[in-house]
Design a protein around this ligand. Structure first.
Ligand SMILES: [Zn+2]
Length: 317
């Protein structure tokens, strides 16, 4: 058993982008990341030991994501091992991640590790939604960047882009949209498997309604994505369901071409505008730009939209 998962986790070769790398550097960077991944499998002090029920939940999450990937047309399987997921009491989580005290979970791309805050994910419905959420990040398409000083960071996870080789005030482009799509996928998986969840974990349909979804799903973001989906569907003359499924698929695809129609329908530069959602470190900046982005997408008048675009760009750049 041990050998099988060991090989699977270690076989994944990260892709590097962002600059021309000297010969051998990519291979050395991949080896470094392999070591990080191996080290991150070790339990650490204060971690909660997983129960049989927790292990069943992790196995179920893998199965459900694999099934969803298959529905989207992918061959790949979710193969997250229990050792990649660390369950933590609130105090331990807060100590390790002081900037994420209210998070249910966190995914670290460079070592492919998931941390779950049991203080927040304290009931089964919240626990499975948290593990699903972080596991979708882990299964998303990813690319990395090694800076000349030797640091390695992610350049892409799902739709979220970090162009660290460019100087920019707001890295984490498309972060807000990415979080929305992750929550959308969690929601879709839970709804599709309601009966199984009830039988296996006693999670009822009422448990998986609304409140378990995070900030990714709050009203302004729902409005932004709904507006985009509606207009793109009209333009392509297809069902809105097909458009949102194409967006869902894009998280796991090698390119983010699934978004290209947004620029065609709303005008050049619209993907860039969407990209500013939740892209700042500062919370107030994010709240302010979210309102502007909502206004941009719901405004029908082209002249007006152009004016809003100017305002957004001068605020963001
Ligand atoms: Zn997330």
């Amino acid at each position: 058993m041990l050998c099988i998962w060991y090989i699977e986790v270690m076989d994944k070769k990260p892709e590097f982008i962002g600059r021309k790398y000297p010969e051998g550097l990519i291979k050395r960077s991949q080896d470094t990341m392999k070591e990080w991944r191996k080290d991150a499998l070790e339990p650490f002090e204060g971690e909660i030991e997983k129960t049989a029920d927790d292990l069943l939940m992790i196995g179920t999450v893998n199965d459900l994501i694999t099934e969803e990937l298959k529905k989207l047309g992918f061959e790949k399987e979710s193969k997250i091992t229990p050792e990649q997921i660390h369950l933590m009491p609130r105090e331990v989580f807060i100590k390790k991640f002081p900037n994420n005290v209210n998070s249910k979970g966190l995914f670290q791309s460079t070592d492919q590790t998931i941390y779950i805050n049991k203080g927040e994910a304290d009931i089964r419905a919240l626990m499975i939604s948290a593990i699903l959420h972080e596991s979708i990040h882990l299964n998303s398409s990813d690319k990395y960047y090694r800076d000349p000083e030797g640091g390695i960071s992610d350049a892409r996870v799902g739709y979220r882009l970090n162009s660290l080789w460019k100087e920019a005030k707001n890295q984490n482009k498309l972060k807000g949209f990415n979080e929305f799509m992750v929550e959308f996928t969690v929601n879709r998986i839970l709804e599709r498997n309601a009966r199984l969840l009830e039988e296996r974990f006693g999670i009822t349909e009422k448990d998986i309604e609304g409140t378990i979804y995070g900030v990714g799903f709050h009203p302004a973001r729902v409005k932004i994505v709904e507006t985009i989906v509606k207009k793109v569907a009209e333009y392509r003359n297809i069902d809105q369901g097909k458009v949102i499924t194409d967006f869902e698929r894009g998280q796991f695809s090698n390119t983010i071409l699934a978004l290209k129609d947004i620029d065609i329908v709303f005008g050049q530069g619209s993907i860039r505008i969407l990209g500013f959602l939740d892209s700042f470190k500062n919370r107030e900046h994010n709240a302010k730009i979210e309102k502007m982005i909502e206004l941009y997408f719901v405004t029908e008048d082209l002249g007006e939209r152009k004016k809003i675009k100017e305002e957004i760009l001068s605020f963001a750049d």
